[in-house]
Design a protein around this ligand. Structure first.
Ligand SMILES: Nc1ncnc2[nH]cnc12
Ligand SMILES: [Zn+2]
Length: 332
């Protein structure tokens, strides 16, 4: 099955660019920019990737990104991810970025955006990987801060396909951000939302009904609410699931307890993604392998997951059809 996973064309739809910072690059940038990391070595940094919950991860994630400062740094970070993704036969990727984790460090919006988008263009021409960019608001900050961030993004509307909501979920429901998402939609941004990772199923319903989310990031806790599962299946709302992330952040104790297979069986439009790969022990193919082995996924289930990744993407219909046509036949 590993051969099938490696060769399947796929899209990655849940990936935080800040969460792709490998410790080696972190040390290199820290050195270049004269910033100190709270670790003695690359190995010590990797050893600290032992999390109790989402917040314990986020604390390290926000501290580590302080070494990424210049347009070139953002370019290098993004290009490194694209090379890795292309090597795993990721043909299309929709990448989150968190401006509010850089703005307080006095990094202009245009600097981060230019670094990321110039790498995305190289990804397209040099690696054959297409991409879209999604701006995420940090939900532990205020709705006013999200509004200010949206205003900074408006001049670059053509380079950003959508907006999302990430960071500490519990206590920060989608309802806190109704106004900013409404304004974003008025400007033509597509809408996604992290919901039902650590937060309850009600946050998924709020994301759909109040923010008009077209896609739910994670969404695994929907399985606690059969009526919600029925709705998500009926409306074919995509759920961008991140299995290794869920286990590393203790949403599920072990991969054998992960609901991914049951979600597929319930008719949900689930996809497999890596979230923050170096922190959680793998890129997209390692996520596919982990669920395949723990849940004994069949060949046709793996192909279905790859199919779902294109279906759930923000690609145009002809672009989707072109990539879907490259999938192998679904026979077990
Ligand atoms: N898994 C996750 N959940 C919420 N916010 C995040 N930011 C980066 N990774 C995240
Ligand atoms: Zn995420």
């Amino acid at each position: 099955m590993d051969d099938l996973i490696a060769t399947l064309p796929k899209a990655e739809l849940h990936l935080h660019i800040e969460g792709t910072l490998e410790p080696e690059l972190a040390f290199q940038l820290a050195d270049k920019n004269g910033i100190s990391l709270p670790f003695a070595s690359v190995d010590a940094m990797r050893a600290a990737y032992d999390f109790q919950d989402l917040q314990s991860f986020l604390d390290l994630y926000y501290a580590s990104i302080s070494v990424v400062c210049t347009e070139e740094d953002f370019h290098e970070l993004t290009l490194a991810y694209l090379k890795k993704a292309a090597s795993q036969n990721v043909r299309h990727t929709e990448i989150f970025f968190d401006p509010q984790s850089h703005l307080p460090r006095e990094i202009p919006f245009e600097t981060m955006l230019s670094g990321i988008t110039s790498a995305l263009k190289r990804g397209e021409t040099e690696l054959g990987i297409s991409s879209r960019l999604i701006l995420c608001f940090l939900r532990h900050l205020s709705a006013e801060s999200a509004q200010e961030t949206l205003q900074l993004a408006l001049p670059f509307r053509d380079q950003i396909i959508g907006v999302g909501l990430d960071s500490s979920e519990l206590g920060h429901p989608p309802s806190k951000f109704v106004n900013v998402f409404e304004e974003a939609r008025r400007h033509g941004f597509r809408v996604v939302c992290h919901a039902g990772e650590e937060g309850p199923p009600e946050y998924i319903t709020e994301a759909l009904d109040l923010l008009h989310a077209e896609r739910i990031d994670h969404g695994v806790r929907c399985m606690e609410d059969p009526a919600l599962v029925e709705r998500l299946a009926a409306e074919q709302i995509p759920l961008t699931v991140c299995p290794l992330s869920n286990v590393r952040l203790c949403v599920f104790k072990e991969m054998s307890e992960h609901p991914l297979k049951r979600m597929l069986e319930a008719g949900l439009l689930v996809t497999v993604n890596s979230d923050d790969p170096p922190y959680f022990g793998g890129y997209v193919n390692e996520n596919f392998t982990a669920v395949q082995q723990a849940l004994n996924l069949s060949r046709s289930e793996l192909i279905q997951l790859a199919r779902n990744s294109f279906t759930a993407s923000f690609l145009s219909e002809p672009e989707k059809q072109k990539l879907l046509a490259e999938l192998p036949a679904e026979t077990d």
